[in-house]
Design a protein around this ligand. Structure first.
Ligand code: MTE
Ligand code: MO
Length: 454
């Protein structure tokens, strides 16, 4: 654990420099270190999300990779082990797709009771045009054997402390699909460092964690990977559970494609608009591997619904823009909602099923619109602890995490206890005597159960 923490101390400067390079400074910093950045929904206003606005989700510190010495190794159940340079990969036939990428935890902040994890609201989603090689072409070139069932994807990032390595396992059917890529370009530019330079997977329609960044190693296997990011993370209860229930890993199944969802991006939250003047309500809708068949908008809090118009830009795995012109907003406060339906016949629920890790929030979206009235002040989100300071927390937690990642949690004592135990398991240097004090400080400093509404 000690070497990991020591190395960590070197990295904040590097991650800051990368952010400056990409000027990600309009994004919401859910965590600066590791880098978790959310796009404010009102900045999502084009079918293609510019690289500077694209959300970032990284579990660990961003690896800085020298492209000339970087290699991709392909081994396991193959006839020829491959060790490919970036040039080798760029010389293979190129493929380009436009695909939406969404983090499984997008919308986690809306779950009640709260669950631990990055408290994403609406903006852990974006759409880019990705260029690379088909994963299938690489696997054919390696002579992948017929009994292969999974491809394990491993990358250059390393667990902080004793945290497990980020390795994902992709079923062979999805790996062989022609749209599944190993991408080296994003929106016509070399893949930015934060998004996986020099090479990342793009697994369109599936939750974002399959799209492994900073790839270094593909392994073909007859079995699923047994690491924590396959057997514990990115899983969903097999059967519905009562909110707040803990679920054993054996009672879960892996998440794969994403459910139907839409977000309103214009007007922005708590917008003040003139009364009696037409207002365009706009946003995006997507549905994993399915297509959007319709989006409906309500301007009266869900009492009545009108069909929105779908944008002309489309691609098999990309979101659709939608637009609805609201003719005459009367003076007063309105709740404007969007609700998408997909070609599977699925529609967004009012409140999605609660699950222990807070995945796949796809509730009907809502924004408050104030027509012709003054905007009421909303309390700002606490960025840091309101209730004082904890030397123990500073010394034991902030060596790896930024304060805001801790402050955004909405956990009770039992929730903090689980998180602290997990972190101790992952190498946080907390002694037995400190453990209880640390949990007490977290409970005192960060009030539990602050509800967050869309
Ligand atoms: N190596 C590596 N790949 C990774 C991750 C990571 O932490 N390490 N995060 C995953 C998750 S959870 C998501 S949602 C997407 C986010 O991609 P982005 O940061 O380019 O938006 O990357 C995935 N690929
Ligand atoms: Mo994610």
């Amino acid at each position: 654990m000690a070497p990991g923490f020591a190395a960590a101390a070197l990295l904040p400067g590097a991650s800051f420099a990368q952010r400056a390079l990409l000027s990600k400074d309009r994004l919401i910093v859910r965590s600066g270190r590791p880098e978790d950045l959310e796009t404010p929904a009102q900045l999502l206003n084009s079918w293609i999300t510019p690289n500077e606005l694209f959300f970032v989700r990284s579990h660990f510190y961003t690896p800085i990779i020298d492209a000339s010495s970087w290699r991709l190794q392909v081994d396991g159940n193959v006839e020829n082990v491959l060790i490919l340079t970036l040039d080798d990969i760029r010389r293979m036939p190129a493929a380009t797709i436009t695909a939406t990428l969404e983090c499984a935890g997008n919308g986690r902040a809306f779950f009640d009771p709260p669950v631990a994890g990055v408290q994403w609201r609406k903006g852990a989603v974006g759409t880019a045009t990705w260029t690379g090689v088909r994963l299938a072409d690489v696997l054919y070139r390696a002579g992948v054997t017929a009994n292969t069932r999974y491809v394990w994807l491993d990358a250059a990032d390393q667990g902080i402390g004793a945290a497990p390595d980020f390795i994902r396992s992709l079923p062979i059917e999805k790996a062989m699909q022609r749209e599944t890529l190993l991408a080296y370009e994003m929106n016509g530019e070399p893949l930015p460092v934060s998004h996986g330079f020099p090479l990342r997977a793009i697994v369109p329609g599936w939750e974002g964690a399959y799209s492994v960044k900073w790839l270094t190693h593909l392994q073909a296997s007859t079995r699923d990977h047994d690491g924590a990011f396959v057997q514990a993370g990115y899983r969903y209860p097999r059967k519905p559970v009562a909110p707040g229930t803990l679920v054993a890993a054996a009672d879960t199944v892996p998440l794969r494609d994403m459910p139907v969802k839409s977000i309103v991006t214009a007007p922005g939250p708590d917008a003040m608009v003139p009364a009696g003047v037409p207002l365009t309500v706009a946003g995006f809708a997507w549905a994993g591997e399915a297509e959007i068949s319709r989006v409906d908008v309500s301007t009266d809090g869900g009492g009545t619904w009108q069909p929105a118009q779908l944008g002309r830009d489309r691609a098999r795995y990309a979101w659709r823009q939608f637009e609805y012109v609201w003719r005459t907003p009367a003076a007063g406060l309105h709740r404007v909602l969007s609700r998408a339906t997909d070609t599977r016949g699925m529609t967004q629920p009012a409140v999605p099923a609660w699950n222990p890790a807070g995945y796949v929030w796809n509730g009907i979206d809502a924004v408050a619109v104030h027509a012709g009235t003054a905007v009421p002040q909303r309390a700002a989100d606490p960025a840091v602890a309101p209730g004082g300071d904890s030397a123990l927390l500073n010394a034991r937690c902030l060596i790896c995490h930024d304060a805001e990642l801790i402050a955004q949690q909405r956990l009770d004592a039992a929730g903090w206890e689980r998180e602290v135990s997990k972190m101790i398991g992952w190498g946080a240097p907390v002694t037995g005597a400190e453990r209880e004090r640390l949990i007490a400080d977290l409970v005192r400093l960060f009030p539990a159960h602050r509800p967050v509404a869309p």
